[in-house]
Design a protein around this ligand. Structure first.
Ligand SMILES: Cc1ncc(COP(=O)(O)O)c(C=O)c1O
Length: 370
């Protein structure tokens, strides 16, 4: 596709085959463990179902167009993250992770990497740029962080890390490649849980990694092949199908989020709110500079744990769930997992694709009843 084509259009066409007379518009999923393979295996793209699959290839082509770099798909975001950490780090290497990011990433490092001799530095997202990166092999950040939506200057951080010979990976789950391009900003690796907005229908777990470095991508693909962390062709096909509507969905989700955040920011029953699209939010300036939109996620605190629980029970259009990025507006009291350093009454809300007036009216009438 032409270089100048916007991501919004690319997302609809990416990874599809050029039209041929009489052939279906959509490629069907290929369910195969074995492919006919005679003679030298190097002469065939497809050899065995754990190595590659045409349905994977189509989606990887699509993702590579969006990330502008080679990509590898995985059956979940955690598998994608594990592939990055496990294939890059060796005994004696040092990894930096945020204390205020997705907790299972830290748990994976604590429980599986430390015992193989990887050193771990845990620091708050906003403190990461102040570290001395000497001797650090890999820094994995989330920007915006989740659930408090702090945003780091990715280009600046990448420069600092590269000066000391390290690598920067960005977990881009909250925004997807349409909302932010970590590689173009200077990161070495972009990793995404496609379970969230990328697929967006709350029905599939999925993930991907992209990197312009052939060495990194080869290592990641090799880890997938040898660990057997492979996606099923049906899930892959469904994620590719959902991808075509990503820009449309994000447009509605982000405009809903902006309206809800503005409403909540002036409500007397809301103690504070974090949303990068609010002009007085600490993330606003850098978010405006490096993100293509302000996202659909926000966090806010109500007056008490009871108020937060009643809010979640009372809203009819909000699905109480520990996920985000779907077409349904979703929210949860994050502290119920006891993994984040946040007040008990903090709610993380992911704006969906419902009609804006309906969401505003549901939320305002529920807040009135608290
Ligand atoms: C920021 C972030 N990264 C990674 C993951 C893991 O993704 P998955 O649940 O697809 O394994 C999640 C899941 O919530 C997440 O929020």
């Amino acid at each position: 596709m032409k270089e100048k084509t916007s991501l919004a259009s690319k997302v609809i066409h990416a990874g599809t085959q050029p039209p041929t007379q009489g052939h279906s518009f959509n490629q069907p999923p290929v369910f195969a463990s074995a492919f006919h393979l005679s003679g030298d295996p190097a002469n065939s793209t497809y050899q065995y179902g754990r190595f590659n699959n045409p349905t994977w290839q189509s989606l990887e082509d699509a993702i590579s167009e969006l990330e502008n770099a080679p990509s590898v798909i995985f059956p979940s975001g955690m598998a994608a993250i594990a592939s990055v950490l496990t294939s890059i780090l060796s005994p004696g290497d040092t990894l930096v992770l945020p204390t205020d990011g997705y907790a299972p990433t830290r748990a994976y490092a604590e429980q599986f990497l430390k015992k193989f001799g990887v050193n771990l530095i845990l620091t708050k997202t906003l403190k990461i740029p102040d570290l001395d990166f000497t001797g650090i092999k890999l820094v994995l950040i989330e920007s915006p962080s989740n659930p408090l939506l702090d945003v780091l200057d990715i280009s600046l951080l990448a420069d600092k890390i590269h000066q000391k010979g390290g690598l920067l990976a960005v977990d881009n789950t909250c925004l997807t490649p349409l909302g932010q391009q970590p590689l173009a900003l200077g990161a070495d690796i972009s990793v995404c849980s496609d379970t969230k907005a990328f697929n967006g229908h709350s029905d599939i777990l999925f993930g991907h990694v992209a990197s312009a470095s052939e060495k990194i991508i080869d290592g990641i693909r090799n880890w997938r092949t040898l660990s057997g962390n492979i996606p099923g062709p049906m899930e892959t096909w469904l994620v590719h199908r959902a991808l075509a509507s990503l820009d449309l969905r994000l447009e509605r989700m982000t405009s809903n989020a902006q309206a809800l955040a503005q409403y909540l920011s002036t409500h007397p029953k809301v103690k504070w709110i974090r949303y990068p699209g609010l002009k007085n939010d600490p993330s606003y300036k850098i978010a405006k500079q490096q993100m293509n939109n302000f996202g659909y996620l926000m966090s806010f605190e109500l007056n008490s744990l009871e108020a937060a629980e009643n809010f979640l029970k009372g809203c009819q259009l909000i699905f109480d769930a520990t996920s985000f990025g779907g077409m349904h507006t979703m929210a949860e009291r994050r502290k119920r997992w006891n993994a984040d350093d946040i007040p008990e009454a903090t709610i993380r809300l992911s704006a969906g694709c419902e009609k804006q007036e309906d969401l505003l009216s549901d939320i305002s009438s529920t807040l009135d009843r608290l």
